[in-house]
Design a protein around this ligand. Structure first.
Ligand code: WT7
Length: 645
């Protein structure tokens, strides 16, 4: 079924018809410099760009808005203080229901300025990296914007990651300052943020200062000379701090994400291109209106938080909601309650949250009014058509367009999405490319698939302003990861179908990356965590369809001889705990299958495809098994699988 654009919505929409969309889309491809030059005017530049694009695709070297100088914090904060000092910039919805704090643009500027001065007093200079490991508190936004203000590069690490993961990211980025909190309330739990931070920086002389947000009353050990309470430090400084005018291509932030090898990648975004792309996509994809209250439930530790919770809305002068809790606390009605309390006009969440809420029944939704809502958005993983329809029919009561938008940490902002006032939607399809984006489907041999009704590897044929420029400290890895599989094309790692109408349907990752509850996880990362356990000889990790998480984690493990007598039950528990400890709770395997051998070819290569099929229960269709070095291994796997069903 096709859902036509909403009547009425079209009258105020920025893009009111498919003709408008096609006109601008064509212009963006035919005259990209003119198009993006115009879009760049939405920002305030200290010095306007002299060129729009300077690209060397062979060298994988892209430069947007050359000669331009600007500051991301000035665009997100200062310019709105002048126009709207009393407008709420951030509505902080605290963990406990009913508790809100309004932060006006004037307050925001003052607090950002003070944090910026604190960072300077702790030796942070332009170009230095600052690692931020915080729950969803206002200081998180202040610190990111403070970094941007003084030209420091922020690296936000999701506060659900383990000490090992945090340490690895601090080391890779070379950050000398860490900003954390004593604790982070999250639903009924409290994350021991400071304790994890202490473990992460233990013995690391690289980290000079640890600034600690006092989120709860909890007393935590403070190491003299290294640890400082942020509130005390802020009280020593003024709220005014000059902005550093940055070159358009100067780095704004690093954000680590998982790849197909074990080591996380520090995706690097620049100031000018990223910010132009953030404001442009925020304006069109969410059909920005002047009085919007933009409620994006993503954690700031992911790109969605960076682009559509912080930079996009704030730089566009839109009130944004910072949600500290989780959608199921204290019950499955929480999101709808927040929507009503803050009068959210746009709700942007992830399919995994919607699946969990749908399961709890419609009563929780219907208890709320939701009449402020005018647009519903979803991203992070494919949205199941029945979940799309529930979002549309029950949550939006058929009034609000559903905007399923596809993109990645590396793309900086949305690449494929409907225009909410214009594009007819098909549940489960992110529909059509955004302005300036040229998707290409390629078969495994690298042949471009022309026309409609084709499936292949999703690539993007030309650069766009929000594209990541490099991986921190490793441009060669950037080239190898994204530009070597299909020369001159950006390879997304996703499989995709273009249907008869030219609509794009993302079919999921085609590399060794799993999308677990919308979080990216490398199978290799989980495998190294398992192999680091004293009992494990070998591990192979694959994904399988999971009702709530989208993809679940299944680990096949062989044990060292001295552990073969251990109880299977206990061993499974210990190995789940191991992954949780090494990476973080999001990576905890759903299944651990202890086996006496992994299926391998004669040359010793693990047959992952076979393991994937077994984990998915597709045992009838294992393909060619003649390459197996030891056929008996397969019998054991199949017996185990049949016992599980
Ligand atoms: C991967 C990127 C939305 C950005 C935040 C996640 C999957 C993302 C969709 C969607 C189907 C989607 C892809 C992509 N994905 N959005 N609307 N439909 N799949 O960024 O953590 O870098 O993950 O998420 O597989 O490659 P990320």
């Amino acid at each position: 079924m096709i859902y036509a654009p909403k009547e009425g919505f079209g009258r105020t929409a920025r893009i009111q018809s498919m003709e408008d969309y096609q006109f601008l889309y064509r212009k963006s491809l035919e005259r990209p410099e003119e198009f993006w030059g115009e879009m760049a005017q939405a920002l305030t530049w200290f010095h306007p760009p002299e060129t729009v694009l300077d690209a060397d695709t062979d060298q994988v070297d892209f430069s947007w808005f050359g000669g331009g100088r600007l500051n991301a914090c000035y665009n997100a904060v200062d310019r709105h203080v002048k126009e709207n000092p009393r407008k709420p910039a951030i509505i902080w919805a605290k963990n406990e229901p009913g508790q809100y704090e309004l932060i006006t643009w004037r307050d925001l500027k003052h607090n950002v300025g003070r944090v910026a001065n604190v960072l300077k007093a702790h030796g942070v200079k332009k170009g230095d990296r600052v690692c931020i490991y915080l729950p969803m508190v206002p200081e998180l936004a202040y610190t990111m914007l403070a970094c941007a203000r003084i030209g420091a590069v922020h690296s936000v690490v999701f506060a659900g990651f383990s000490a090992d993961s945090l340490r690895e990211r601090i080391l890779d980025s070379g950050a000398q300052v860490l900003v954390t909190a004593n604790e982070g309330p999250r639903g009924a739990k409290r994350v021991r943020t400071k304790a994890i931070s202490d473990e992460a920086v233990e013995g690391l002389s690289q980290v000079r200062s640890v600034l600690v947000v006092r989120r709860t009353e909890a007393d935590v050990p403070m190491k003299a000379g290294r640890d400082w309470w942020l509130d005390q430090e802020m009280s020593k400084h003024r709220g005014t701090c000059p902005v550093e005018w940055m070159a358009a291509e100067d780095p704004l932030f690093i954000l680590y994400t998982s790849g197909s090898t074990g080591k996380p990648k520090g995706v690097m975004h620049t100031t000018g291109g990223y910010l132009v792309y953030a404001v442009t996509t925020h304006r069109y994809v969410f059909d920005l209106q002047p009085d919007d209250v933009h409620f994006c439930t993503a954690d700031m530790g992911w790109i969605t938080g960076h682009t559509y919770l912080l930079y996009g809305p704030l730089a566009n002068g839109t009130t944004t909601v910072l949600f500290e809790s989780i959608p199921t606390y204290p019950d499955a009605g929480r999101l709808w309650q927040v929507v009503d309390d803050v009068k959210a006009t746009v709700l942007f969440t992830a399919p995994t949250a919607l699946r969990a809420l749908l399961r709890e029944g419609d009563a929780y939704v219907k208890k709320s009014s939701r009449k402020s809502l005018r647009l519903l958005a979803s991203a992070g993983e494919p949205i199941n058509p029945e979940v799309w329809r529930w979002y549309h029919d029950v949550v939006g009561e058929g009034r609000c367009p559903v905007v399923d938008n596809w993109w990645q940490t590396e793309t900086g902002g949305v690449l494929i999405a409907p225009m909410p006032g214009a594009t007819p939607c098909k549940p489960g399809s992110a529909t059509l490319p955004f302005f300036g984006v040229e998707p290409v489907l390629v078969d495994d041999e690298g042949r471009v698939l022309e026309g409609n009704g084709v499936s292949g590897n999703l690539c993007i044929a030309r650069t766009w302003p929000g594209q990541a420029r490099t991986l921190w400290g490793n441009h060669q890895r950037f080239i190898e990861t994204y530009y070597s599989r299909f020369p001159r094309l950006y390879f997304t790692g996703d499989g995709c179908r273009r249907d008869e109408d030219g609509y794009y349907w993302i079919t999921g990752r085609v590399d060794d990356v799993l999308n677990v509850s919308g979080h990216r996880l490398g199978t290799a990362e989980v495998e190294s965590a398992l192999v680091a356990h004293e009992s494990v000889a070998e591990a192979a990790v694959v994904g399988f369809p999971h009702e709530l998480k989208g993809t679940g984690v299944c680990a096949f493990v062989t044990l060292k001889p001295e552990f073969l007598d251990a109880s299977t039950e206990q061993m499974m528990g210990a190995l789940k705990e191991q992954v949780r400890h090494v990476i973080g709770p999001i990576a905890t395997p759903d299944q651990v299958r202890i086996v006496s051998g992994l299926p391998k070819t004669r040359s010793g290569k693990i047959l992952r495809r076979m393991l994937r099929k077994i984990a998915c229960g597709e045992t009838q269709d294992l393909g060619d098994t003649s390459t197996l070095a030891e056929p008996s291994v397969l019998d054991e796997l199949l017996t185990q699988q049949s016992q599980m069903q």
